[in-house]
Design a protein around this ligand. Structure first.
Ligand SMILES: Nc1ncnc2c1ncn2[C@@H]1O[C@H](COP(=O)(O)OP(=O)(O)OP(=O)(O)O)[C@@H](O)[C@H]1O
Length: 608
């Protein structure tokens, strides 16, 4: 140091300041070196003493572990965890772990409480935080991370434990698997197609629903076949029947929405190659996918053309699913034993007949609005009744007696309970009589079963009043429907007017354009005038488009343009034919090109 001082003093530098700086550098360097050494020593220690297992969300052990974790009482003491009501995670952790937020473990995620969906609360290990859980004499260090943080999805779980052999981790995984499978016995698991990555994502598990809780018309039975097409009005029980069948057969459901963004022949093939051999494959929106201009030619993309779908273009949609691509995939799926193919649609008339070829969709079942028979059945499903033998003198008894109630075994499990309230349990004969009165009041084939269910749910605690007031409710429903219909018609009319205006604007622009182009042409010369627009322009415009200001005429000419440019295989199009006697809504819909797929198959024979 003295030598350094001597060296620097002739330069006139303040040696004290320099000394301090040097000291700081030395101390800082030492501290940083010590930190690095300790970190790498810790990592070395962890590597040599800790066993670490990684679980990726794409694989089943992740589900088992998440399910197991959700049941650990440690969450009650944890100071940091995620609470979610989303079902998009791949874990089945929909039951409460500490019992502090959710009282009713069996409650269906979709149960309606006062007309709203009641959501379950689930606990998750929070992301990027290490949790410590004591398990069989070992401390487990658990960290959940995002695999693709940039894309905001894909999770992974890391579990570390200090142990000599990996037995403890094996035991843990096996225990988690056993518990998961035990729980899964009572649930139907649903997987959704992820069109971005061409894989299946776990989307939740539902309580199994007894088949007897689906009230279908007598004679509607489902024979065993490979492919089923369930068609009919919304809210008539198509999806519920599939879920119920899945529960009955112990199968999981794999759902593909054919109209989803990014769906292509390749994606569908990839998805189909990953469908397990025993499962139900459900194709949703079958009609939605093929209201487009799809051709049997594999080169066809099935994407709406700009003309028939103004808001939807090839680029924005990204869908390149062709009918032939779908048919090939279906044939592949149908080839496997133990796999059932279901498809649902609200518009059977829009489907291509090729979809219903034997081996693809051999059974067609039509679902209609509620009949009186169904109304009676669903009423009996909803209200518990006491068998005559055990009937006490009082007409109503507390809900605790529900457990012995026979009629309740037809209800989906969750709907049997209504917490904190007393459900009147009436005599069987009285329920039968009320059900009959209820059915008498329900107009045949006018209201959906789902609507009836909604009304009954609202009156879950008032069976008698529910029947007394059903007439009023039907009037309200009709008024509501009328209102909605009116609003829809008005909306359509507004749209039509806007469309007509647009056509006029285009005409005006065309006029202007032609005027300008003629202005620069030899027309001027031939007339010998200096003003170019006068001689020819009006004639040219009136040839290409009519001068008519009526919106209907404008629309029909527009429709003509669409028909010319559309790559449609349908020869039965009626788009621009004058629709004598057809209501405004119908005719406008056809003109707008939405109904270009017409029925090519007659109603199939009723299934028995
Ligand atoms: N036939 C039925 N028996 C019992 N419950 C029914 C029936 N039809 C409808 N429901 C009830 O109505 C609700 C809606 O039914 P679901 O989703 O199965 O109808 P959907 O026909 O699949 O409708 P969408 O075509 O809109 O998908 C469900 O909660 C279901 O319990």
């Amino acid at each position: 140091m003295d030598a350094l001082k001597n060296m620097l003093s002739p330069l006139g530098m303040n040696t004290n300041a320099l000394q301090d700086t040097l000291k700081l550098v030395v101390i800082g360097g030492t501290v940083e070196t010590a930190r690095r050494i300790s970190v790498s020593a810790w990592n070395g220690f962890v590597d040599s003493f800790f066993l670490t297992a990684h679980f990726s969300q794409e694989d089943y052990p992740y589900d088992w572990l998440m399910h197991w974790l959700s049941k650990q009482p440690a969450w009650g003491r944890s100071r940091e965890f995620d609470i979610t009501t989303r079902t998009v995670t791949r874990s089945g952790i929909t039951q409460s772990t500490t019992g502090d937020l959710e009282e009713d473990e069996d409650e269906d995620e979709e149960a309606l409480i006062h007309g709203r969906k009641k959501r379950k609360v689930a606990f998750l290990p929070s992301l990027d935080t290490t949790h410590t859980i004591y398990y069989r004499g070992h401390w487990l260090r658990i960290t959940r991370t995002r695999r693709y943080p940039d894309y905001g999805h894909g999770a992974a779980l890391k579990i570390s434990v200090v142990a000599r052999s990996n037995d403890i981790l094996k035991k843990l995984v096996l225990e988690a698997k056993r518990e998961y499978e035990k729980d899964a016995e009572h649930r139907v698991h649903i997987f959704l197609a992820d069109t971005t990555y061409g894989c299946w994502r776990w989307n939740g598990a539902r309580q199994k629903r007894p088949l007897s809780s689906i009230v279908l018309q007598p004679g509607v039975r489902i024979p065993f076949r490979r492919g089923y097409l369930l068609h009919g009005v919304p809210g008539s029980g198509k999806t519920s029947l599939i879920h119920s069948l899945a529960g009955e057969l112990g199968l999981d459901i794999y759902v593909v929405s054919l109209s989803s963004k990014g769906m292509s022949d390749n994606t569908l093939t990839t998805l189909m190659s990953h469908v397990p051999s025993r499962c139900i494959l459900l194709l949703e929106d079958l009609d939605a996918a093929f209201t487009r201009s799809v051709s049997r030619d594999s080169s066809s993309t099935g994407v709406p053309t700009a003309s028939n779908s103004p808001n939807n273009t090839n680029e924005s949609d990204g869908s390149t699913l062709s009918l032939s691509g779908l048919l090939n995939s279906l044939d592949g799926v149908a080839a496997a034993e133990g796999r059932l193919l279901f498809a649902t649609t609200n518009h059977i008339e829009r489907l291509d007949p090729a979809l219903s070829r034997p081996g693809r969709m051999d059974v067609w079942v039509n679902f209609t609005h509620a009949t009186k028979w169904q109304a009676e059945g669903i009423f009996k499903c909803f209200f518990p009744s006491k068998p005559k033998a055990s009937l006490s003198s009082s007409s109503t008894t507390p809900a605790t007696e529900e457990k012995t109630d026979i009629s309740q075994k037809n209800l989906p499990l969750p709907k049997r309970k209504t917490l904190g309230h007393t459900i009147p349990v009436l005599e069987e004969a009285e329920i039968a009589e009320l059900a009959k009165r209820f059915a008498d009041a329900i107009p045949e084939g006018e209201l959906s079963v789902a609507a009836l269910q909604g009304y009954l749910l609202k009156n879950k605690l008032r069976p008698r009043e529910c029947v007394d007031e059903v007439g009023e409710w039907i009037i309200q429903e009709r008024e509501m429907r009328e209102k909605l219909k009116k609003e829809k018609a008005e909306k359509l009319e507004r749209k039509e007017r806007a469309k007509a205006k647009k056509v006029h604007r285009v005409e005006a622009v065309l006029k202007l354009d032609s005027a300008t182009s003629c202005g620069g042409s030899t027309v001027i010369n031939s007339s010998g005038e200096s003003t170019p627009t006068e001689p020819i322009m009006p004639v040219i415009i009136s040839n290409s488009k009519s001068e008519s200001s009526s919106s209907s005429e404008s629309d029909s000419s527009n429709g003509g343009i669409e028909a010319d440019t559309e790559e449609s295989i349908t020869s039965e199009e009626e788009i621009d034919k004058p629709a004598g006697g057809i209501s405004t809504i119908n005719s406008t819909t056809k003109e707008s090109g939405k109904e270009k797929w017409v029925a090519v198959r007659a109603q199939p024979e009723p299934v028995d």
